[in-house]
Every structure is written in structure tokens, then in C-alpha cells.
Design a protein. Structure first.
Length: 256
């Protein structure tokens, strides 16, 4: 729009003009997009679209993903910004504390600090960070590192679907940002975030409001459904408190 040439769309988190923002993720079997209307300080979820990625292995996986992306975009309709969400398992996370608080200085030293921690050369990595805690003299940051070839492959899929992303982020970090927005105060407890998908579960652990660890478990709702289906007859017969069947019932809930 012409007005965007002279007036910014937003100032910090305040949107001067209404924006249609789409956040999209690609999983093993689905493409999922959410349309959010951002206006002033209000965010409204208007539409959620999910498309199954065709399982025809005779067609290259990348082609099937692009097809699902295009189908989801058609249903979403026009948008102003696109945020692409990477899965946690594609990224390496590290926590680091640095003796200064300037974000500019943190970005300057970040490559040198993270290089010894990576299992691949720094030149092969795309690296960024979020500040999770600060005092007057130091900053604790959570670092995300992704191999360049994986990043390039993701961008190629988006490009083929005519998507030019405004932002590329990681699912668990966005969940953490939502947690901090809902609970802005300093917590005195240890909290756990769970993002349960069809094939995997992402776990984020916060201590006193600071993200300290993330985990990726390659089991999700489909695994849970199969476990419940397999054991449902047993549960119908004996319930979960039957003393003679404690071992089997305990095994089910341990798996869950």
C-alpha cells in the first residue's frame, strides 16, 4: 500500500493499520496455517486451515508439500505477512550467559561464543538467539542454530509456493513468547509447556519464567490414540484401579 511508504505498519507491538498475518508450519503429514488479524494491540484468530500432505510416494515429497501449501493458501485468502515456523527437531538449542546487556553486542559475539558448542562448522549454520533473562550486568540467552542446507531447503519449499516469509521462527520459542505475554511477571516456580502434535511432542521447561531447556519427543497424538485403542478393551473390563491388572494399566499410562 502507498501509505506504508510513508507511515510504518506498526510501532513495537502496536499496529497502526490492520494486518492479516499468517503463521504456517510444515509437519511430516500436514501443512497447517493460522490467519490472525492484528489491529492496534488486539490479535484475533480468524481462520485455521490444515491440509494433509499426499502420501503418494511416487511423487517427490517436496512436490507434495508445495501442493499442500498452495491448497492451504487458497483457503486462507489474501494476507499481508507470512511467518514460517520451523519444528524444534530441526534446530540445535544452547543456553549461554554473557557479561553484558546490549543486544547489539550480544549479536556481535554470538558466532564466536556458539562455535565450540556446535556439532558442525559455524560457516554451515544459521544462528540467532532470544534473551530469556537479564540483570544490570549480564544476559542469559537461548540460542537456536540450524544447518544452512536445511534452512535453504525450507526456503525453497516456500518459494515454490509463492510465499515470501516476513519472519522464520521455531515453534517452541514462539510458544515461550506466548507464555511470557500471558504471564509477564516473574514466576517463582518451574513450569512446563507441552505442544503435542500428531507425530511429536515439544517440551519447554521454564524456571522462574526463564526458558532453561527444550526437548523433542518423536511421539504424539497418533501414538497416544494407538495406545488407547490397543488397551481400551482392558480398561473397559477392569478400569484403571483393578489390582490384578496394575502392571498393564501402569504400563499404558507410563507410555502416555
Amino acid at each position: 500500500m502507498i501509505r506504508s511508504l510513508f507511515i510504518p505498519t506498526s510501532v513495537d507491538s502496536y499496529y497502526l493499520f490492520s494486518q492479516r498475518i499468517v503463521a504456517g508450519e510444515i509437519t511430516l503429514s500436514h501443512v497447517r496455517m493460522t490467519l490472525v488479524i492484528a489491529q492496534a494491540k488486539t490479535r484475533t484468530v480468524k481462520k485455521v486451515v490444515e491440509k494433509v500432505i499426499d502420501n503418494n510416494t511416487a511423487v517427490p515429497y517436496e512436490d507434495r508439500v508445495v501442493e499442500a501449501l498452495l491448497a492451504a493458501l487458497k483457503e486462507i485468502g489474501p494476507y499481508d505477512q507470512y511467518y514460517s515456523v520451523l519444528p524444534t527437531n530441526a534446530v540445535i538449542f544452547k543456553e549461554l550467559t554473557l557479561p553484558f546487556t546490549s543486544l547489539k553486542r550480544i549479536k556481535m559475539v554470538l558466532p564466536f561464543e556458539i562455535e565450540p558448542m556446535l556439532p558442525f562448522p559455524l560457516v554451515e549454520a544459521t544462528v540467532d538467539c532470544v534473551i530469556t533473562h537479564q540483570t544490570e550486568t549480564e544476559s542469559t540467552i537461548y540460542i537456536a542454530a540450524l544447518k544452512n542446507d536445511a534452512f535453504a531447503a525450507h526456503l525453497e519449499l516456500l518459494s515454490r509456493a509463492t510465499i515470501d516469509p516476513r519472519k522464520i521462527t521455531v515453534d517452541i520459542l514462539e510458544l515461550y513468547a506466548l507464555y511470557r505475554a500471558i504471564y509477564p511477571g516473574v514466576s517463582t516456580e518451574t513450569d512446563v509447556m507441552l505442544y503435542v502434535g500428531y507425530h511429536a511432542t515439544r517440551i519447554g521447561i521454564m524456571h522462574r519464567g526463564t526458558l532453561v531447556a527444550t526437548r523433542y519427543v518423536p511421539q504424539g497424538l497418533l501414538k497416544l490414540a494407538k495406545l488407547l485403542e490397543t488397551n481400551m478393551d482392558h480398561l473397559r473390563r477392569f478400569g484403571i484401579d483393578d489390582e490384578k491388572n496394575t502392571a498393564k494399566t501402569s504400563g499404558l499410562f507410563n507410555d502416555v
